[in-house]
Write a protein that binds this ligand. Structure first.
Ligand SMILES: Cc1ncc(COP(=O)(O)O)c(C=O)c1O
Length: 393
């Protein structure tokens, strides 16, 4: 597995190690010159799909890189993808292109409410959720997710109690980074009901929606729940996680309600640059031509996830809840009494991300979007270091 011939003669070989050192890679250059396997920031070590690389090469061969607009067929491709994947009917004019999804989170905070209004989110959470409100003089209200019967859930009572009349926006992440949950229709309906009751806008970051690993789960776009939910929802999506294109900066918002969409676009004016030519080209090819690659990627990531789960299960005092989506493992190290778990694992030769950045002290995040041989080497390093540590106690 991990290898498949396709018509163009290319193959999807996720086992193949691609040298990323000295390519100005954020992930790999952090540990330049050190024997530390980087499993931190959320990009994958895999090549992008051959169809994306072909499309980019054709566009580059043209040689002229003037100001650009979204390619004429791109909105149609995205609309068809949303219908086919999620049964979600979207009009092309509801799409707003963005040079990154984090830009969208920030624009949402700027577009909704006034100075000193509050923005709510559930923690732990991807760090820009924590910083975006303050960038626009909004107060951040954090409500912790709770761990119940080996899974992370919203604490709806606590969440509703924390809402005040100036709470205007809820920043939702589904599928969730870092806890890996795919929220159910029931959970999303309850959350949306609270937002309707308190007249709050929902900004729904769905960047990981192409990375569902559990075959019995489905991704439900928040805005698809009901027309009254769509009317207050800004959905943010991007091909960048699923097709490994984050360096090309291309994302989009879906906003069906006209006034909300106008407010969002007004908040972008003069600040948010256009998406670049290569980002658009890659997005179109990714959503149109890469279904087989995508299916193979999910198989590969499922097996990686299972390796991580088995390995962590054997490591004394470390634990993990089931990862339903994403290529990220949120590892609980609270029982290990390690003072600085990231430093500890770096000393063992593995670079993880500190839970503190996500408002999740006592956790580390491991990115398993890499060749299995590298992942297994990292897991072996972690296992022997933590075993030595446990035996020394
Ligand atoms: C939930 C979430 N949103 C947004 C992003 C980043 O999006 P972009 O690179 O398009 O700004 C990430 C990257 O890890 C993410 O996990």
């Amino acid at each position: 597995m991990g290898k498949r011939e396709i018509t163009s003669g290319c193959c999807f070989d996720f086992d193949k190690s691609v040298e990323r050192r000295d390519t100005a890679s954020l992930k790999w250059d952090k540990y330049k010159g050190k024997d530390i396997i980087p499993l931190w920031v959320a990009d994958m070590d895999f090549c992008s799909p051959p169809a994306v690389i072909d499309a980019l090469q054709r566009r580059i061969a043209h040689g002229v890189f003037g100001y650009t607009i979204p390619p004429s067929d791109l909105n149609r491709i995205v609309v068809a993808m949303l219908e086919a994947e999620y049964g979600w009917s979207v009009k092309p004019q509801w799409l707003v292109w963005l040079p990154g999804l984090v830009t969208g989170l920030n624009v949402a905070c700027r577009a909704v409410g006034e100075d000193n209004d509050a923005v709510m989110t559930a923690t732990p959470i991807y760090p820009p959720f924590l910083s975006a409100p303050g960038n626009f003089r909004r107060k951040l209200v954090k409500v912790p997710l709770r761990e119940q019967q080996n899974r992370w859930e919203f604490d709806f009572d606590r969440l509703e109690n924390a809402i005040t009349p100036d709470t205007r926006l809820f920043l939702l992440c589904n599928p969730h980074n870092p806890v890996g949950r795919v929220f159910s229709r029931e959970e999303l309906n309850t959350l949306a009901g609270i937002c309707i009751k308190h007249d709050m806008v929902i900004c729904s970051d769905e960047i990981h929606c192409g990375l569902l690993l559990d075959s019995d789960k489905v991704h439900i776009p928040t805005a698809k729940l009901a027309p009254e939910v769509a009317a207050r929802t800004i959905t943010l999506m991007s091909p960048s996680k699923t097709f490994n294109l984050p360096g090309l900066g291309c994302a989009f918002a879906v906003i069906s309600e006209k006034k909300l969409r106008r407010r969002f676009m007004a908040a972008m004016a003069g600040i948010v640059p256009a998406v670049n030519t290569l980002g658009y080209t890659a997005a179109a090819a990714a959503y149109r031509d890469c279904a087989e690659w995508h299916a193979d990627l999910l198989d590969y990531l499922r097996a990686n996830r299972d390796s991580v789960a088995r390995a962590i299960d054997q490591m004394p005092r470390l634990s993990l809840t089931p990862i339903e989506a994403t290529y990220l493992a949120w590892i609980d190290v609270r029982s290990s009494d390690l003072n600085n778990p990231v430093r500890f694992f770096e000393d063992a030769g593995v670079g993880l991300q500190d839970g503190i950045e996500f408002d999740g002290r006592g956790f580390v995040r491991l990115n398993f979007g890499c060749a299995r041989s590298l992942l297994e080497k990292a897991l072996e390093r972690m296992a022997s270091a933590i075993e030595r540590y446990a035996n020394s106690k």
